[in-house]
Ligand binder design. Structure first.
Ligand code: AMP
Length: 292
């Protein structure tokens, strides 16, 4: 069933579809009129980070689709699937106000039939960092993103650099599978103290929220240290202990990777990123910055 929502803004009219058939019908009607299509895949609980992707899509394509789907295949057994924040009504109203044309909000059954077995894995890039600490995560991401891209066949799809390793995995997959879509990376949107916006930030208590900005701070310290000639391992070790002294109780990784093939670097020999994942209270935060 296709739902059209007319809101108080006179010109505003967002459509919501929940099946692949309706989605394709709508896109096909756009294609017949010569419109280009942008896709912004999300798991909902939208914030300004997501909206920055939406804005880029609206500015660079004729029609923008946002997907709202909490993908169970990218959550581990002990992760937060059941409590992951959901607010479809609020999300749709916000997307409408931003000028999104279509929301695709499929059911679990629509995305994964009872006999669904196919998996897409991206070894190499997907095996380090998040791949180590969240086994199966990138296979879940690659599988759902491949499905969304094939269902939609947009001209461009927009992803955040906030999840940098994910962006590299998706680019690799799209190249390997010859999926005819341009993957566009978008800069990380941050709070004023540097904390990267994330749907999971609502899990943070007031004191955790204050301390959470330390992750961004230590990434910057590593970057400055390395650029000033410090050894990568020493900079990382120092940053790790700072993080553990500022409210984080566990550091999964702090890693410096080259921008070319995303391999871990021990010496700065090419443009690089520093990436980190660490636990504060019950919440795991990830972030990254470019070393420059
Ligand atoms: P999610 O709903 O967490 O799956 O995220 C959907 C998309 O939004 C992904 O491409 C994320 O990388 C992107 N995203 C999430 N947080 C931010 C942020 N703070 N800045 C920019 N993009 C983001």
């Amino acid at each position: 069933m296709c739902i059209v929502i007319a809101t108080s803004r006179m010109s505003s009219k967002i459509e919501i579809v929940s099946t692949v058939e309706e989605l394709r019908r709508k896109i096909s009607s756009w294609r017949k009129k010569g419109f280009s299509v942008g896709l912004v895949p999300t798991m909902g609980a939208l914030h300004d980070g997501h909206f920055s992707l939406v804005k880029k899509s609206i500015n660079t394509t004729d029609k923008t689709i946002t997907t709202l789907f909490v993908n169970p295949k990218q959550f581990g057994a002990n992760e937060d699937l059941t409590i992951y924040p959901r607010d479809e009504v609020g999300d749709v109203a916000a997307l409408d106000a931003k000028g999104v044309h279509l929301v695709f909000a499929p059911s679990l059954k629509e995305m994964y039939s009872a006999d669904f077995v196919t998996e897409i894995s991206v070894p190499g890039i997907g095996d380090t960092m998040e791949g180590v600490f969240r086994p199966g995560f990138f296979t879940g991401v690659a599988t759902v993103v491949a499905k969304l891209l094939i269902q939609t066949l947009p001209d461009r799809a927009f992803f955040g650099e906030k999840d940098l390793q994910q962006l590299y995995v998706i680019k690799r997959m799209v190249t390997d599978l010859n999926i005819p879509v341009e993957i566009v990376g978008c800069p990380t949107i941050r709070e004023s103290d540097g904390l990267a916006l994330s749907s999971r930030n609502i899990y943070l208590s007031a004191s955790e929220r204050t301390n959470a900005a330390s992750l961004y701070k230590v990434l910057n310290e590593i970057s400055h240290g390395i650029l000033n000639g410090d050894h990568i391992n020493e900079s990382v070790a120092e940053a790790k202990s700072k993080l553990l002294n500022s409210g984080f109780f566990k550091v999964d990784y702090l890693t410096v990777c080259g921008t070319k093939n995303f391999m871990e670097l021990n010496f700065l020999k090419e443009p690089a990123y520093v990436l980190g994942a660490a636990w504060i209270g019950e919440t795991r935060l990830i972030d990254n910055i470019k070393i420059c």
